[in-house]
Design a protein around this ligand. Structure first.
Ligand SMILES: *Cc1c(COP(=O)(O)O)cnc(C)c1O
Length: 372
């Protein structure tokens, strides 16, 4: 049986060759391969500038800093995300204001407006599982209230709306190249933007806030970090990006099979992708029917014991003890319910249709045992 993790990397000989070339070459820290990867990300998404980082977490932090987010600014965001989306707001002194989500796991754009105050500075939506967020309404609100939109697109490299790739819709867009994201550089991230000022500022933040003067002289003009992407990662990025469309197509094949098999299922529902959208299908989330919620722990264990490397995405960020200690208890009904029902089942580019059939059969067999 092949690897039935909910998601996994796919490293092939060309990736290994690309990495070996770097190890035999001159540059190990950020060098020409990182630049090439950035140029290719621009070409792929249509964004003007791409700035590579050593993770999406540092890319998020840098994008908040570059956008001028300051102490006590409020940022409206989704609680159904990896913690770093909100964590890096705290790191910048800002306050995450969590907006409830919809059944598909994405921020409910109709609930954003009533959260906007005079302190709101930005909206940070997350394309959950790779399904594009409804950006039109969010951009209309941003325009009306003069807010920035920064997309956490860690799941969504390869996703598109009306054939336009995620990456150039908003002020800034963040991708992750962590091991199991749509493509990988081991660890890595990037910010994409069409704004030259942001691009310059992001590069400064990435590398100690230093600018080169003449000869040996350089000047540190603002507090910066070392958030640079190593050359090895850049080389992997170049070879992986070439295969992104193939990876997305393979994940579509698996997820389309699931969609078909599960279309009349009553024990759980699946994420619906609109006709005008392509999802990277980074994850395949299912939402267990209410009658199964009390049994979720047992179901989870039993699925794992039967070889399904499932996971739950995500515990609402506000339910983590750090945030409870900081802001007290928060509760958003749809997000709370989503957490009670969500399970991500195996869906990745190394699975065969036989694997998918095994997953579907095992899932249905085990869930039906717990059904009333
Ligand atoms: C993975 C992930 C991140 C963090 O990415 P890293 O590259 O691991 O720092 C941020 N947001 C979301 C939604 C993610 O899935």
């Amino acid at each position: 049986m092949s690897n039935l993790s909910y998601s996994t990397q796919c490293i092939e000989q060309d990736d290994i060759d690309a990495a070996t070339q770097v190890l035999n070459g001159t540059f190990l820290a950020q060098g020409p391969k990182v630049k090439e990867f950035e140029d290719n990300l621009c070409a792929y998404t249509g964004a003007k500038y791409a700035i590579a980082f050593n993770s999406a977490t540092s890319a998020l932090q840098a994008s908040y800093l570059a956008s001028g987010i300051q102490q006590d600014d409020e940022i409206i965001t989704s609680p159904i995300s990896f913690v770093s989306t909100s964590n890096m707001m705290i790191e910048c002194g800002a306050i995450p204001v969590w907006c409830d989500i919809k059944e598909d796991g994405n921020i409910d754009e109709d609930k954003i407006e009533k959260l906007i105050t005079s302190k709101t500075k930005a909206i940070v939506p997350v394309h959950f599982a790779g399904k594009p967020v409804s950006l039109e309404k969010i951009h209309a609100l941003a325009k009306k209230y003069k807010l920035l939109v920064i997309e956490d697109a860690a799941h969504a490299l390869g996703s598109s709306i009306y054939r336009k790739k995620i990456g150039s819709f908003s002020d800034m867009t963040i991708f992750s190249f962590h091991a199991i994201k749509p493509i990988t550089t081991g660890e890595g991230g990037a910010v994409l933007t069409d704004n030259e000022e942001y691009a310059k500022h992001l590069r400064l933040i990435r590398s100690h806030g230093m600018v080169k003067k003449d000869l040996w002289n350089s000047d540190m003009i603002e507090l910066g970090y070392n958030f640079r992407m190593p050359e090895l990662a850049g080389a992997l990025g170049v070879s992986q990006l070439k295969k992104l469309d193939k990876f997305v197509a393979l994940r579509w094949e698996i997820s389309s099979y699931y969609d078909e098999v599960f279309k009349d299922e009553t024990l759980f529902s699946t994420q619906k992708i609109e006709k005008n959208q392509v999802s990277s299908r980074h994850l395949y989330p299912i939402l267990l029917d209410r009658q199964l919620h009390p049994h979720k722990e047992k179901i989870f264990k039993e699925l794992q014991e039967n070889g399904l490397g499932i996971q739950v995405h995500y515990k609402p960020i506000y339910q983590n003890s750090f945030y409870i200690a900081k802001f007290g208890k928060t509760s958003l009904p749809v997000a709370d319910d989503f957490y009670r029902s969500e399970v991500s089942i195996p869906c990745h580019q190394k699975m065969s249709l036989d694997d998918a059939k095994f997953v579907a059969d095992t899932l249905l067999k085990i869930l039906s045992k717990y059904a009333r």
